[in-house]
Design a protein around this ligand. Structure first.
Ligand SMILES: [Zn+2]
Length: 74
């Protein structure tokens, strides 16, 4: 089975990684942030609930400084 590379940091990601296709939840959130930022600019406006969810997601990642780079979380 071929490994993929993490879209955020290009690390190899085993296909059974918890955050697949990202190497970690942090990378998944970083990618989400990037993706949503682009969406703000180029696509339709998000409604209020979308924005609330986004803010909760982005703020939720700030205080958690646990080491999650090894793909073994959860
Ligand atoms: Zn990564």
């Amino acid at each position: 089975m071929a490994d993929l590379t993490c879209p955020t940091c290009d690390a190899r990601v085993p296909t059974d990684a918890a955050a697949f296709p990202f190497c970690s939840r942090r990378c998944r959130l970083l990618d989400l942030e990037k993706w949503v930022s682009g969406q703000y600019v180029v696509s339709r406006p998000m409604d209020a609930r979308d924005v609330e969810e986004l803010e909760a997601t982005l703020e939720g990642r700030a205080p958690s400084r646990e080491v999650e780079g090894d793909g073994h979380d959860e």
